[in-house]
Design a protein around this ligand. Structure first.
Ligand SMILES: Nc1ncnc2c1ncn2[C@@H]1O[C@H](COP(=O)(O)OP(=O)(O)OP(=O)(O)O)[C@@H](O)[C@H]1O
Ligand SMILES: [Mg+2]
Length: 260
């Protein structure tokens, strides 16, 4: 049997905004079905990296392959490419950092939104799927509530349910645990692990939380000033003697990472 394509491959990806070099020569390979936790201090390019991965931003140079297909070669403005780009984006579920929900839609409609857009499911099937995923994120029965009636943590979990509703192959989560209490963060971690086991979903989870990295990661990366300082299987990274990763795990101000 042919070896499975990696879920994600980055080759020397660079992205600048004017003089601000946000990503510098980032290269990595993430095998399919693994969980990557990408750590890094604030403002270091983690969200920009995620946006490049789903094709919402184009790197200035370098290439990004999703299951072997070069997403950086596709241009949304070319009609021939558009369909391929949309097909590639369909592989992703994305939990944005601000967890943006549609404020004028109730929770149930928020989670149902991608199902109505992309799937030919009956309203009954949609309602069942929505109920299943809301229960999975610990929010049973909140379908009729409006986003404004929920706490920040609850909104985040609704956004997570929406991100996974289409059962995508790859899920990108931008700081899923920020704003959640420790018990709810742990619940979300459990949910990521459960989905990973059940549906073999590949996850890229952006986090500041080293406990989260220890708990759920197969791979750990550390991004600092746009450079990938450390990357590899968890056990290897946790054994690393590099000062960046040790400083991060030790929560120390003493080391190469400086507050920006
Ligand atoms: N669309 C944009 N235009 C110009 N600059 C941008 C844009 N998006 C991000 N940046 C800049 O890129 C840098 C990295 O931003 P990014 O949002 O990726 O940081 P981050 O690592 O996600 O930080 P945090 O942990 O606080 O979310 C910042 O200096 C930011 O100002
Ligand atoms: Mg960010």
């Amino acid at each position: 049997m042919a070896e499975q394509q990696p879920a994600i491959t980055l080759e020397r990806v660079c992205k600048s905004f004017g003089p601000n070099h946000v990503l510098r020569d980032v290269s990595l390979t993430l095998p399919a079905g693994k969980i990557l936790v990408m750590l890094g201090p604030s403002g270091t390019g983690k969200s920009v990296l995620l946006r490049c991965l789903v094709g919402l931003m184009k790197p200035d140079s370098g290439r990004i392959f999703i299951e072997g297909q070069d997403i950086t070669a596709l241009d949304e403005r070319r009609s021939a490419d558009r369909e391929q780009l949309f097909a590639l984006r369909r592989k992703f579920g994305m939990l944005f950092q601000d967890g943006a929900l549609f404020d004028d839609m109730c929770v149930g409609d928020n989670v149902a939104f991608p199902l109505r857009q992309h799937e030919k499911m009956s309203e009954r099937e949609i309602a069942d799927r929505v109920a299943q995923y809301l229960e999975a994120v610990g929010l049973k029965g909140v379908q009729r509530k409006m986003p404004a009636e929920l706490s920040g943590g609850m909104r985040k979990r609704v956004a997570f349910a929406r991100a996974i509703a289409l059962r995508p192959k790859i899920v990108l989560c931008d700081e899923p645990s920020s704003g959640l209490d420790p018990v709810m963060s742990a619940t979300l971690d459990e949910l990521i692990l459960e989905l990973h086991r059940k549906f073999a979903i590949t996850f890229v989870v952006i986090s500041h939380d080293t406990a989260e990295a220890r708990n759920i990661a197969d791979y750990i990366g550390l991004l600092y000033k746009g450079e990938l300082q450390e990357y590899g299987p968890k056990e290897q990274v946790l054994r690393s003697s590099r000062r960046h990763i040790n400083q991060f795990f030790d929560r120390s101000t003493d080391g190469p990472i400086k507050v920006l």
